[in-house]
Design a protein around this ligand. Structure first.
Ligand SMILES: NC(=O)c1ccc[n+]([C@@H]2O[C@H](COP(=O)([O-])OP(=O)(O)OC[C@H]3O[C@@H](n4cnc5c(N)ncnc54)[C@H](OP(=O)(O)O)[C@@H]3O)[C@@H](O)[C@H]2O)c1
Length: 237
C-alpha cells in the first residue's frame, strides 16, 4: 500500500499483547484502527489508551462466533466506509500432555485459533475485495515446530498456516494480499504471563507492529506470504 494514511484496519484481539501493539503502530502511521476483544470494558479501556477516538473503534466481539465478526465488520464499514487491512490475531493456548488435556480446552483452542480466523475472513472478505486489501493471520512457530504438551496448540497453528497459504492462492486473483506471521516467544500476556524484565530476551510486541507496517509498505508486486520471526538469541537458562 503506497500510502497508509486514512486506511482502515481491523485487529481481532487488540485489547492487549501483540494486537494492541500492532494497533499502536498502525495508528502512528496515520491509519484508522478497530480493535476487538471478548470483554466490552477491556476493549474500551484499550481503545482509550490508544488515544484519538476519531481514529479508534472498540468492538466487543468473540471470534468463535461468526455473527459477532459479521457485526464487527458492519460497525467498521458504518463508521469509516471501507476496510483495508484485517489482522486475525486473537488466540489462546493451553499446554498439557494430551492425556491431561480436557475436551473443553481442545475445543476452546480450535474455536478461537482456527475457527476464529475463518470467521474473521468470512465476515470481511467482500470488504477486502472492494478495497484490494490485506488479510494477515497471527500464527506461530508452533505452526511449523511441534513440541511436547503442544498437541492442541500445534494442531491449531499448523492449521492456521495451511489455511492462510491456501487462502492466499484463492484471493490473489482479487488483488488481496494474504500473509501469515509466525512468531516465536513474544513478551505478552499469553498463557497467563505477566510481561516483565524476565521477558527482555523475547520478541517485544512492538517489533511485530513494525513487521506488520513493513508488510503493508512492501511493493505490491512482492508478497512475503509466510514470515517466521524469532528471538535472535534464545533465553539463557
Ligand atoms: N506471545 C507469544 O509468545 C506468541 C507467539 C506466537 C504466536 N502468538 C499468537 O499471537 C496472538 C496474540 O497473542 P498474544 O501473545 O498477544 O496474547 P495476549 O496478550 O494473551 O492477547 C490475546 C488477545 O486475544 C484476545 N482474545 C482471546 N480470545 C478471543 C476471542 N475468542 N475473541 C476475541 N478476542 C480474543 C484477547 O482479548 P480478551 O481477553 O479481551 O478477549 C487479547 O486481546 C495469538 O494468536 C497467539 O497464539 C503469540
Amino acid at each position: 500500500m503506497a500510502d497508509l494514511k486514512g486506511k482502515v484496519a481491523y485487529i481481532t484481539g487488540g485489547s492487549k499483547g501483540i494486537g494492541f501493539s500492532v494497533a499502536e503502530a498502525l495508528l502512528n502511521a496515520g491509519m484508522k484502527v478497530a480493535i476487538s476483544g471478548r470483554s466490552k470494558e477491556t476493549v474500551e479501556a484499550a481503545a482509550t489508551q490508544l488515544g484519538d477516538q476519531r481514529n479508534v473503534l472498540a468492538i466487543q466481539s468473540d471470534v468463535t462466533k461468526l455473527v459477532d465478526e459479521e457485526h464487527a465488520v458492519k460497525m467498521i464499514l458504518n463508521k469509516w466506509g471501507q476496510l483495508d487491512v484485517v489482522l486475525a490475531n486473537a488466540g489462546i493456548g493451553y499446554f498439557a500432555p494430551i492425556d491431561e488435556m480436557t475436551q473443553e480446552q481442545w475445543h476452546n483452542m480450535i474455536n478461537t485459533n482456527l475457527n476464529g480466523v475463518f470467521h474473521t475472513l468470512k465476515a470481511s472478505v467482500e470488504a477486502l475485495k472492494a478495497s484490494k486489501g490485506y488479510y494477515i493471520t497471527l500464527a506461530s512457530l508452533a505452526g511449523t515446530n511441534f513440541f511436547a504438551m503442544g498437541a492442541g496448540y500445534n494442531a491449531t497453528k499448523f492449521g492456521v498456516v495451511g489455511f492462510t497459504q491456501a487462502v492466499m492462492l484463492d484471493l490473489r486473483k482479487y488483488d488481496i494480499k494474504v500473509s501469515t506471521i509466525m512468531p516465536g516467544s513474544v513478551a505478552t500476556h499469553f498463557n497467563n504471563n505477566e510481561p516483565s524484565e524476565k521477558d527482555a530476551w523475547k520478541i517485544q510486541p512492538e517489533d511485530i507492529g513494525e513487521l506488520v507496517l513493513d508488510l503493508l509498505k512492501m511493493h505490491p508486486r512482492t508478497l512475503p506470504s509466510k514470515i517466521e520471526v524469532r528471538p535472535s538469541r534464545p533465553d539463557k537458562k
